[in-house]
Design a binder for this molecule. Structure first.
Ligand code: GLU
Length: 486
C-alpha cells in the first residue's frame, strides 16, 4: 500500500508491565511515520493475557507515552471509529471470524489434553524433529467429538495450516523473508476459555482498524507467517510489515536491567528530559543522513524514514543518552530549566513547597552553576551541598597540601575581610572581589582560586565560585572557611 495514502499505524502493547525502552521505540517509529505521512497513530491494548495484564500497567503505558509526547489519534481512552481499542472488549468480534473459519473448514476444534500434547512434543523432540501439533483432531468424526464432549473436555480452536506453501514476508526493514508452511503446526487461535490468541486477534484488529503498516519489534517476525495465513484464509489483503531490530546492551547481549533502567518511567525519575529520550530512541536503529545527532520531534518527523532503519541490532549506550540529555539541559531557557530544577530540589528537601524571593535567587545561582555541568536533573543533587549549609569536608587528604601553601593565609584573610564588608554577595560583587584579592595579594589564577575553592567547598572542581559564594551567603561561607583553614 502506498505509504503516502491512508497511512494508519498502531502501537499495540500488552499491558503486562511498565512501558519499556523497546516498546517506546516501536511507538516512536510508528508515531513518526504517522505524522510524516499525515496519517493516524492508533493505540491498541492487547490484554488477552488476562493473568499478566493489569490496568496499572496500562496506565503506566499511557503516562509514559504522553510524557514522551507520543499522543495517539485513536485509543481506549479516547475512542475512535474502529473501537473498542482494548482486545478484551472485542471478544464478540473475534468469535464471529473464528466461526467463519470453522464454517469454511479452515479451522477446527481440538480436544487434545495437555498431557497428550506434551507426549507428542516429547516424541518429536526424541526423533530430532521440531515440536509442533501434528493434526490429531483435524478430521474428527461427529461421534468422536461427541465422546470428547461427554468426557467434559473443553476444546480449543486450531487454524488448519495448508501444506507445502511458501509464505513470503516483504519486510520494509528486512527485505524478503520466506517461511515454509510445513514447519508450522496447526496453531491455536481460540483458547478453551473463549479468548483468542495473539496471532489471531492481531490480524482481526489490524484489518478492521485499517492498519496500513505494521511496524514492530523483530521478535514478532516469526509470528508474521502465522498471521499472513489468517489474512489469506479470510481473503484479506495484508498490511505492509516492518520489523525493527532488537536492542542490545553494549556487551551485545539482549538489553536487560544490567545495562541500565529498562522502563521509560525510570528515565523520567532519574532526571532525563522527554525530548532527549525521544531523540535517543530515534537513533536506536535509525541512521540520519548527515552527521547531526540532535533532533527535535519536528525534525524527526521531517527526516525519519524506514529505509534508513538498520537490519542490524541497535546498541543501547547509556553514555550517549547522558550526552544527549546534557545537550537538552543546556539548551533549556532559563524559565524551562527553573521549572525542571525546582521539583527535583523540592523533592529532595532543599526547597520548601512555597518559594520565597530568596529561594528564587538561590535557584538562579544553582542554575548558573549547574545548568552547563549536569547530564541529568538528578545530578543536581550530587552537587547541591556546595550551594547550601555551613558543612564542608575535604574531599581528600591531598587537598590539605594546597591549603598549606604559603600564600594561602594572606589570600584567605583578604577574602574574609572582603566578604565581611561587602554589602551584598552577588555574582558581580564576587567576581570583583576575587579580582581584588588577586591584585592585593599579588597572586594569580590557581594560587588564588584553588585554595578559596577548596576552603569553601572541600573540592578541587565544581561550579563557578561566583555562583557558589552568593548561594551560600556570608555566614555559611565564613563558617566553612573557619572549618577548613581556621
Ligand atoms: N502485543 C504485542 C506485544 O506487545 C504486539 C505485537 C504487535 O505489534 O503485533 O508484543
Amino acid at each position: 500500500m502506498d505509504i503516502m495514502e491512508n497511512c494508519r499505524v498502531r502501537f499495540a502493547p500488552s499491558p503486562t508491565g511498565p512501558l519499556h525502552i523497546g516498546g517506546a521505540r516501536s511507538a516512536l517509529f510508528n508515531y513518526l511515520i504517522a505524522k510524516r505521512f499525515k496519517g493516524q497513530f492508533i493505540l491498541r491494548i492487547e490484554d488477552t493475557d488476562v493473568e499478566r495484564s493489569s490496568r496499572e500497567s496500562e496506565d503506566n503505558i499511557f503516562d509514559s507515552l504522553r510524557w514522551l509526547g507520543l499522543d495517539w489519534d485513536e485509543g481506549p481512552d479516547i475512542g475512535g471509529p474502529y473501537g473498542p481499542y482494548r482486545q478484551m472488549e472485542r471478544l464478540a468480534i473475534y468469535k464471529k471470524y473464528i466461526q467463519e473459519l470453522i464454517d469454511k473448514g479452515l479451522a477446527y476444534y481440538c480436544y487434545c489434553t495437555e498431557e497428550e500434547l506434551e507426549e507428542e512434543r516429547q516424541e518429536l523432540i526424541a526423533k530430532g524433529e521440531p515440536p509442533r501439533y501434528l493434526g490429531k483432531c483435524r478430521e474428527l468424526s461427529p461421534e468422536q467429538k461427541e465422546q470428547f464432549i461427554q468426557e467434559g473436555r473443553k476444546p480449543v480452536v486450531r487454524f488448519r495450516v495448508p501444506g507445502n506453501q511458501e509464505i513470503v514476508v516483504n519486510d520494509l526493514v528486512r527485505g524478503k523473508v520466506v517461511f515454509e508452511s510445513n514447519g508450522i503446526g496447526d496453531y491455536v487461535i481460540l483458547k478453551s476459555d473463549g479468548i483468542p490468541t495473539y496471532n489471531f486477534a492481531v490480524v482481526i484488529d489490524d484489518y478492521l482498524m485499517k492498519i496500513s503498516h505494521v511496524i514492530r519489534a523483530e521478535e514478532h517476525l516469526s509470528n508474521t507467517p502465522r498471521q499472513i495465513l489468517i489474512y489469506e484464509a479470510l481473503g484479506w489483503e495484508t498490511p505492509t510489515f516492518a520489523h525493527v531490530s532488537l536492542i542490545l546492551g553494549k556487551d551485545k547481549s539482549k538489553m536487560s536491567k544490567r545495562h541500565g533502567a529498562t522502563s521509560v518511567v525510570q528515565y523520567k525519575e532519574q532526571g532525563y528530559l522527554p525530548e532527549a529520550v525521544v531523540n535517543f530512541l530515534a537513533l536506536l536503529g535509525w541512521a540520519p543522513e548527515g552527521e547531526e545527532e540532535i533532533f527535535t520531534m519536528e525534525e524527526l518527523i521531517e527526516q525519519f524514514s524506514l529505509e534508513r532503519v538498520s537490519k542490524r541490532p541497535a546498541v543501547f549506550d547509556i553514555d550517549k543518552l547522558k550526552w544527549i540529555n546534557g545537550v537538552y539541559i543546556r539548551g533549556c531557557s532559563n524559565e524551562e530549566i527553573r521549572d525542571l530544577f525546582i521539583p527535583v530540589l523540592q523533592e529532595a528537601g532543599h526547597l520548601p513547597e512555597k518559594l520565597s524571593d530568596r529561594d528564587y535567587q538561590w535557584i538562579q545561582l544553582v542554575i548558573n552553576g549547574l545548568q552547563e555541568k549536569v547530564h541529568t536533573l538528578k545530578e543536581v543533587l550530587e552537587h547541591i551541598d556546595m550551594f547550601v549549609g555551613d558543612q564542608v569536608e575535604l574531599e581528600s587528604e591531598d587537598l590539605k597540601k594546597v591549603l598549606e601553601e604559603e600564600q594561602v593565609p594572606l589570600v584567605i584573610e583578604t577574602l574574609k575581610e572582603k566578604i565581611k564588608t561587602v554589602e551584598e554577595l552577588t555574582p558581580e560583587t564576587v567576581k570583583t572581589m576575587l579580582k581584588e584579592v588577586s591584585k592585593e595579594t599579588k597572586q594569580k589564577g590557581k594560587k588564588v582560586f584553588m585554595p578559596i575553592r577548596i576552603a569553601i567547598t572541600g573540592k578541587m572542581h565544581g561550579p563557578e565560585l561566583h555562583s557558589i559564594i552568593p548561594a551560600l551567603g556570608k555566614e555559611n561561607v565564613l563558617k566553612r572557611i573557619e572549618k577548613t583553614v581556621g
